[in-house]
Design a binder for this molecule. Structure first.
Ligand SMILES: Cc1cc2nc3c(=O)[nH]c(=O)nc-3n(C[C@H](O)[C@H](O)[C@H](O)COP(=O)(O)OP(=O)(O)OC[C@H]3O[C@@H](n4cnc5c(N)ncnc54)[C@H](O)[C@@H]3O)c2cc1C
Length: 311
């Protein structure tokens, strides 16, 4: 009779370095935090799950690190779903609105229908106001002058105080909490329990640690990555830095262009960019679309000069 495979781990997996920080609040922004409530699994559980599908033979040919790197590189995602984490977060509502778009988590949020809204609002220091970005319609750019910042922070404080006062008046008059809250600003802090598996957490981190994400949500993602994930699954984290966060993808056209550049065929490379629509010409000038701009950034990372435009 075939020997039964070892499908179930006999004991709960523990990660001592992570156990030490259970319950600790890692501060984010002026009054937010990320706190680890519980976790399931470790690097070992990922390896164990993968070996269930590939069979024990793999144990002799690959150690845990190389197996995890193989899984990450080849997007074998389900072993990473064997690990889960439950966090308690305190976050302003405007950022929470972005966070909650990640549908693959289980969520319980503090209810302002049931309870009085948390009496805390994110404040912006005079030096923290940012100008609208000129290149990214969703992003921000340079810092505003400190003098302007002083005024903006003062007005922010007045607005937050007034909103809170009106809310309190309504509550004192007996207005239902679900209605009284309607004019609270989006900077009001909320709290939630958030449970997610490691695969989807890494997806969240890839999107929210990216420089295109809003600075403030990046601070949360960075805290989760640095304080929790790095301690929890160091091998997976290393693989994710190598093949996810720190990696870049090249499209078919980009590969062709780089290959032509490496052969010294600069004009052909530029011509390929025109035929594929990444570059166009207007009034005798080369127009660089968004994709060409992104290619220029990739080339810079590779230490290469873009083959079009002025040097
Ligand atoms: C920088 C940035 C800017 C953004 N700007 C905007 C914006 O302007 N407007 C806006 O509305 N949103 C915006 N978003 C939100 C974005 O479009 C996603 O909704 C959000 O990032 C969640 O990503 P996700 O769906 O991949 O994650 P999750 O919801 O965690 O899903 C993970 C993966 O599961 C799969 N999945 C989950 N649910 C489904 C489903 N129902 N059907 C099929 N597959 C599913 C998908 O493969 C998905 O990638 C922005 C996000 C970022 C990071």
């Amino acid at each position: 009779m075939e020997k039964e495979r070892d499908m179930v781990e006999p004991e709960r997996v523990a990660v001592p370095g992570l156990d030490q920080v259970i319950g600790r609040k890692f501060p984010v922004l002026d009054d937010g935090f990320v706190r680890l409530i519980d976790y399931m699994g470790s690097d070992e559980s990922i390896v164990q799950a993968a070996r269930v599908s590939y069979g024990k033979g793999t144990r002799t040919v690959s150690d845990d690190r190389s197996l995890i790197r193989y899984l990450m590189r080849n997007r074998h995602t389900s072993p990473f779903e064997m690990c889960e984490v439950k966090l308690h977060i305190r976050i302003p509502m405007d950022l929470w609105r972005q966070w909650i778009r990640h549908r693959t988590a289980s969520v319980n949020e503090y209810s302002t229908r049931y309870s009085i809204a948390i009496d805390s609002a994110k404040k912006t220091l005079p030096g923290q106001w940012r100008l609208q970005s000129e290149v990214n319609r969703q992003g921000s750019g340079e810092a505003l002058d400190m003098d302007l910042g002083e005024g903006l922070s003062r007005r922010e404080a007045e607005l937050q105080a007034l909103a809170r006062e009106v809310y309190r008046e309504r509550i004192e008059l007996g207005v239902a909490r679900e209605q009284a809250r309607k004019d609270l600003p989006l900077c009001t802090y909320t709290e939630a329990y958030w449970k997610i598996d490691l695969h989807n957490l890494l997806h969240f981190l890839a999107l929210r640690m990216d420089e295109k994400a809003q600075l403030e949500i990046r601070e949360y993602a960075t805290a989760i990555a640095g304080e929790i994930v790095r301690r929890w699954v160091p091998l997976t984290w290393e693989a994710f830095l190598d093949y996810g966060l720190g990696a870049m993808t090249l499209s078919r056209i980009e590969i062709e262009v780089i290959a032509l550049m490496s052969e010294g065929k600069k004009e052909e490379a530029v011509s390929r960019l025109f035929t594929s629509g990444l570059l166009s010409e207007r009034d005798g000038e080369i127009k660089e679309g968004r994709e060409a701009g992104e290619l220029a950034e990739k080339l810079a990372r590779l230490g290469l000069r873009k083959p079009w435009g002025k040097e």
